[in-house]
Design a binder for this molecule. Sequence first.
Ligand code: PGA
Length: 255
Amino acid sequence: MDKSKRAAVIAGNWKMNMTPSQTTAFINELAPKVAGLDGCKVVLCVPFVDIAPAVEAAKGTNIEIGAENIHWEAKGAYTGEISGAMLSECGVKYVIVGHSERRQYFGETDVTVNARVKAGLANGLKVILCVGETLTEREQGVTYETVARQTKIALLGVSAEELKNVIIAYEPVWAIGTGKTATAEQAEEVCAAIRGVLADIYCEKCAEATTIQYGGSMNAKNAEELLSMKNIDGGLIGGASLKSDDFTVIVKAAQ
Ligand code: PGA
């Protein structure tokens, strides 16, 4: 499939940044800058407490709102967790699952990532599934094995039909927040390999239709080159999504 037939998605990952009032101000500032840029989907994944003001401020714009995590159970005694029903009722359309910071600092495993992916899909959300190798894994030559394992386990029990609501974000851990971007060739190689994994576990057509993002220090300067690669359909943007001008340049690069 020609890349232009896949949905391009530029998603901001705010992480633990922005208060509710800053959220409103930011979206009011961003909305006119990205208005009419319909060549890609524009998504902001925000902290839970910013969801309500974000959804409100994004009304009538081309910006969609996502969450940064989801719990796998529908409800119950899970102090501090947020369910899929809570998110969708608040107007959330996307959810990030398996971000490397969750894996590194909060005990997220391939198995819990799989449970969260399924919860997101069951609640009608589009899931941005993050995979990526650490520096040690890259240096030891197990990048492909790592992303293949993460992808395969995360998608256990996910049907080909459900895969249509999954976006894979390839985020090499060594490139996140470090200013060290993977070269366009490195990013392309792994994104192509992930597409190959999808072809193995689903089908060629399913793999070709899946949006694969690159994430890890994507910014206003390098976005165009990364997004020009055949297998890179969008970006998951951390630091640069906190600056409306930089984020707008990235959205424009994806047009
Ligand atoms: P970064 O973060 O753009 O700040 O490197 C990307 C991410 O963690 O999703």
